[in-house]
Design a binder for this molecule. Structure first.
Ligand code: GLC
Length: 679
């Protein structure tokens, strides 16, 4: 008999799975298709996330179970490293860093006894009201796909099965269990699926199906998505597991739809229900064999690989891992405004610093749903500033509640930092039982936060607004009255230390927006958090703003630095299968800094309805003062294609394209040239 051993080859695994399938009873096969149970009470009494959740596996046949843990900002089991939320890391545009975040998470999943990570959340940010915006990387499918692939690479290095979720079009939170999302084929193929395909191409081991419907069918039952596209066209070899509790609504629907595993426990995939469906010939045992073999094959693929290292519990939340969280926080913060060079603050010119706002001194790492990383020692903004300054400068803290006190504190200080924004009460996963989270009521700051900003800036012109949140915040009522604005995000366990280093110039901010911040919320697509049905259009974010010539408050890809960068010598070479763009970047300022070079392709001359331009490449690099670096970014022809619903195929237009390269999606920030492809 073939035995399970480290280093099994694909064909040995295949032989073993086929052998076991022949031996297994129906009940043993069905056991591969379900989570091994969970006490629902545990889910909502704070018990969720205290441990890994078992599913599938067979002791009799020496097949390990898969051991699930979440989530996008780190392992959710207490004590693990809490990173800045995914949206913040999306603002770093640093794929190497994202892979290293995945590397840390992979180690901590294993050190916690897990082998499956449910945290590659890559749904489009279609509208900033979405309650779980913080869990994805941005609004653009190319950027989301590159980040999901990077996190997948890092996690899977440690033989942990990554899960890309929620497949697909899960971009409303409150209505997620019921909403039917409609969209035409080009929108599905070109906007809502490419980032999942990118992760499948990267070898992502598993996919989590979404709760919502797409074109009338629950994603957990959607044979077009799961069988025709994912397992058919994309040749996905892993398995699909459902979102939890409500991810399956029907035994036959799930099995014929291509859903392999019901999580976290059997409800519709109970043995009796499957047995009945078989007896009534509503499903065939072939489908059971397919699901069971996908699960066993994937588990064996990952659990029989040689481990690159050992995974002691001491790895969990260790100092080295906190360092990666610090780097991620430093690289993700986005400087949106900095007039009169208010920033960086100069320690030599400040005797007294004032810091305002409740959020300056609370643990505020993001929402309290399934992505909540339960870690106590979080460096708050106030703690970070105090760590940084020690006794060198007096720091006056004011929670902002008493307007008179605020004005006095502001007047007496040499500079004033106002920390405002959102918390898990404003946005997050909608936990019905706990009545927390959900989609945002509005996109602006709370009124009391706006009042606080106005009170401080009325007494101190050196007023710096620090924004906390996981998505776009509209600022029209106050942004023109303050000289400096820094988007600091939910910045994880080391966020306060990163903030202090940026405010005082030890770190030069290099983050750029992974979404559009509108002036007018009316410029955003229609959004209804209670929708029963909704149509997703082909345009949202910067493609919509380009198409309609809307003026954003801050555009996609925008972010300032303490230095300045100049672009020159844009060139394009067209080969048989890709275009190669080269450009020179110069740091023309006085301090070193990171620049994120963005490459867009313009379709102005397209014969069909297409975006004005699309992001097709980016690169983050560090430059010393006066340093000039050549940058090369390649775009394969296939990335220029559009999906033709008539021919059911991807087609490349023979037109003149525009190549844009620059520091943001704003036209004035882009160099451009034109090119034609080779026939
Ligand atoms: C939740 C989330 C999903 C998460 C799962 C397990 O409902 O939608 O993202 O991975 O349940 O926590």
């Amino acid at each position: 008999m073939i035995e399970i051993k480290k280093g099994m080859t694909e064909s040995e695994i295949e032989d073993y799975v086929n052998y076991v399938l022949e031996q297994m009873t129906l009940q043993e096969k069905v056991a591969q298709m379900i989570g091994n149970g969970i006490n629902i009470k545990v889910l909502f009494d704070g018990g969720f996330g205290k441990r890994v959740y078992d599913a599938a596996g067979s002791e009799k046949y020496n097949i390990p179970s898969f051991k699930f843990t979440d989530g996008p900002r780190g392992v959710i089991i207490p004590g693990s490293t809490c990173f800045p939320v995914s949206m913040a890391r999306g603002a770093s545009w640093d794929l190497d860093l994202e892979e290293r975040v995945g590397d840390v998470i992979g180690k901590e999943v294993r050190a916690n006894g897990g082998n499956l990570f449910g945290g590659v959340c890559i749904n489009n940010l279609r509208h900033p009201s979405w309650g779980r915006a913080q869990e994805t990387y941005g609004e653009d499918t190319f950027q989301i796909g590159e980040f999901g692939a990077a996190l997948t690479r890092g996690v899977q290095k440690h033989n942990v099965m990554a899960t890309a979720k929620h497949f697909a079009a899960n971009s409303i939170e409150k209505a997620r269990f019921k909403v039917n999302v409609k969209m035409d084929e080009r929108t599905l193929r070109e906007v809502y699926l490419p980032h999942f395909k990118r992760c499948v191409e990267e070898g992502c081991a598993t996919i989590m199906s979404a709760y919502n419907k797409v074109r009338g069918k629950y994603c957990g039952h959607n044979d077009y998505l799961l069988r025709d596209i994912l397992k058919g066209e994309w040749s996905f070899q892993g398995f699909v597991h459902s979102d939890w509790i409500h991810g399956v609504k029907d035994t036959v629907g799930g099995i014929t739809g291509g859903l392999d595993v019901e999580m976290p426990r059997a409800k519709y995939y109970k043995f009796k229900k499957i047995e009945t469906a078989l007896q009534e010939s509503k499903i065939s045992e072939t489908l059971i064999d397919e699901a069971a073999s996908r699960v066993m094959r994937t588990i064996l693929r990952y659990t029989t690989k040689e481990d690159p290292q050992t995974y002691e519990p001491s790895l969990i939340g260790c100092k080295e891992h906190r360092q990666v969280a610090l780097e991620a926080a430093e690289k993700s913060m986005v400087l949106l405004k900095n007039e009169k060079d208010v920033l960086p603050l100069d320690k030599k010119k400040i005797n007294k610093l004032a810091m305002f706002g409740k959020l300056a001194r609370v643990r505020n790492t993001g929402d309290h749903g399934s992505s909540d990383v339960n870690i106590k020692k979080v460096i708050t903004p106030l703690k970070g500033i105090r760590n940084f300054l020690g006794d060198s400068i007096e720091v006056a803290y004011d929670d902002g509640k008493d307007p008179r006190g605020v004005k006095n504190t502001a007047k007496e200080a040499d500079a004033a930092i106002v920390v405002v924004g959102l918390t898990y009460k404003d946005e997050g996963e909608y936990i019905i039982e706990k009545r927390t989270g959900g989609d945002r009521e509005n996109l602006s700051l709370h009124d009391d936060h706006i009042e606080l900003i106005k009170a401080v800036v009325s007494e101190n012109e050196k007023c710096i607004v620090v924004l906390i949140g996981g998505s776009a915040i509209t600022m029209e009522g106050w942004k023109d009255h303050v000289p400096a604005i820094l988007l600091a995000w939910y910045s994880g366990v080391e966020g306060g230390n990163a903030l202090a280093k940026i405010l005082f110039g030890d770190v030069n901010p290099g983050g750029k927006l992974p979404f559009t911040i509108p002036k007018d919320p009316q410029h955003l697509p229609f959004f209804d958090k209670n929708a029963e049905e909704i149509e997703y259009g082909y345009y949202h974010g910067y493609t919509l703003f380009d198409k309609e010539s809307y003026e954003p408050a801050f555009p996609f890809g925008y972010g300032l630095s303490y230095t300045s960068f100049n672009y020159s010598n844009l060139n394009v070479e067209v080969t048989d299968d890709k275009i190669i763009a080269t450009v020179d970047i110069k740091n023309s300022g006085k301090v070193a800094g990171d620049e994120i070079v963005q490459l867009y392709i313009g379709f102005e001359l397209s014969q069909i309805d297409r975006p004005v331009k699309l992001l097709k490449g980016f690169s983050r690099m560090n430059l010393e003062p006066n340093e000039i670096k050549p940058v090369k970014i390649e775009v394969p022809y296939k990335n220029l294609a559009w999906y033709n619903p008539k021919s059911k195929s991807w087609e490349i237009e023979q037109i003149t394209y525009t190549l844009y390269v620059g520091s943001s999606s704003r036209k004035e920030d882009l160099l451009s040239t034109q090119f034609n492809l080779r026939n």
